[in-house]
Ligand binder design. Structure first.
Ligand SMILES: [Zn+2]
Ligand SMILES: [Zn+2]
Length: 441
């Protein structure tokens, strides 16, 4: 029997990026997702007119961007003093206080990356809509996919809400246009990331218009599964654009998106351990040292993350206390323990355990960004509460350690290759059908 790698055209095949299972590419109707039958990962989400919708949303997002970042969000009034804040100012304040790493993290995640994300997806969708297939498009779309992980404006929006609730009892708050523009910007960005049909974009970029975007490819067959993995069949799945290539291209560039091809992420286990160790070491000073300093009539009062949480519980703000506790304490600890569990091999090869691990990996990837919440709240408070000698709020050393924990755990998730969970186990299940489900949104 001929191997499927005898031919160089693998467009009728698709592999799961989380477990490497190889499947015959099913025709997935618009409004439906293709779910991996082995690990439950959403392999693709199809949407009709994705390019046109993305173009319209990115234009609206770009129009809102400058007012959202530069206009004042709100003014806080207390004991005759008042101060207002905008997003950019909150970032610059960290810089002025010489918290360069914190300032850099907040600047890139809340200001620079959201702009680059909107600009890149606008250029790509505009070019594809005009059927101009410039040579830079694959590289630009690759950049967009990386930016999706690091742009965190929705976390900043939650930070604004927490600040409002935190200060609402002790100060009068007046809202300005900036907060509405920023909320609009967050909603537009979230809509883009949820409706974008990545497969549609890659097909349009890769085929350079030979096939109309969104149109079913003629060589596709109705979906039915194929036991085995991409690696087992001599194929490499590009982890950026999900194109399959023969293993002969190991270490070379993906013909579609130019990313370096590897059957498994290189040094995945050792790199992930190193990053986990880094985050575990910095977790102690991040939690034990003060993260914020409140100066009242010249008397400084330093508080740690835990002190901040206790403050909310003492003032009956249980929900906010719980949110901060989850984002700042539970999430980093859960991520570190969770990735350690994933790294430990599973000699039993129980398919249910493997599926649980795959689910845990997806959950860890999703929650990582929410740890930045407390940093964003402090960013806003330092600008909003700056009433000179009377009272002012300042950032304290734990913020730097906390940012190192967030960044290193996020990098640990990126360097971890979830396919190694399945590699040592040969699962003796034969999958006969792909699972196509309607997108619930
Ligand atoms: Zn899978
Ligand atoms: Zn690729």
């Amino acid at each position: 029997m001929n191997s499927i790698t005898d031919t160089n055209n693998f467009d009728h095949l698709i592999a799961c990026s989380d477990c490497d299972m190889l499947l015959n590419r099913a025709e997935v109707p618009a409004g439906h997702s293709l779910i991996c039958p082995r690990c439950g990962k959403t392999i693709s989400r199809r949407n009709s007119d994705s390019i046109l919708k993305t173009l319209a949303l990115s234009i609206a997002g770009l129009l809102l961007y400058l007012p959202a970042i530069l206009l004042p969000l709100m003014t806080m009034k207390s004991f005759g003093f008042s101060d207002s804040a905008n997003i950019l100012e909150s970032v610059l304040n960290f810089y002025r206080n010489e918290y360069f790493l914190v300032s850099f993290m907040v600047l890139v995640s809340a200001v620079v990356f959201p702009l680059l994300l909107l600009t890149s997806i606008f250029v790509i969708s505009f070019q594809l809509y005009r059927q101009r297939y410039s040579s830079y498009l694959p590289r630009l779309f690759r950049t967009y996919l990386h930016l999706e992980e690091w742009a965190m404006i929705e976390v900043y929006l939650l930070g604004i809400l927490v600040t409002i609730i935190k200060m609402g009892a002790s100060a009068e708050i007046f809202y300005h246009t900036g907060i509405f523009c920023f909320t609009g910007l967050v909603l537009l960005t979230l809509t883009i990331t949820s409706i974008i049909d990545k497969e549609d974009f890659w097909e349009a970029i890769g085929h350079k218009g030979k096939k109309k975007p969104g149109e079913p490819a003629s060589h596709r067959r109705p979906g039915h599964g194929m036991p085995g993995t991409a690696a087992g069949q001599g194929l490499i799945l590009c982890h950026i654009c999900h194109k399959l290539s023969p293993t002969a291209l190991e270490g070379k560039r993906c013909p579609r998106c130019n990313e370096k091809l590897h059957t498994r992420k290189p040094f995945s286990i050792s790199r992930t351990w190193a990053l986990l160790l880094t985050s575990a070491i910095f977790l102690a000073p991040a939690n034990l040292l003060p993260i914020m300093r409140v100066d009242f009539m010249g008397v400084p009062d330093r508080s740690t993350i835990i002190d901040g949480i206790i403050y909310f519980f003492r003032h009956d703000a249980y929900l906010i206390g719980l949110i901060i506790f989850t984002a700042s304490v539970l999430v980093p600890v859960f991520k570190i323990i969770g990735i350690i569990i994933l790294l430990l091999s599973n000699p039993l090869c129980d398919v249910h355990v493997l599926r649980q691990k795959a689910r845990m990996f997806r959950f860890i990837s999703f929650i990582g960004r929410w740890s930045m919440l407390d940093i964003f709240v402090i960013a806003l408070l330092t600008v909003l509460v700056d009433f000179g000698f009377f009272t002012s709020i300042h950032v304290a050393p734990a913020a730097t350690y906390f940012c190192i924990v967030v960044a290193s755990t996020m990098f640990a998730v990126i360097t971890f290759d979830p396919r190694i969970i399945w590699d040592k186990c040969s699962i003796k299940e034969t999958v006969t059908t792909d699972r196509i489900t309607r997108i619930v949104s």
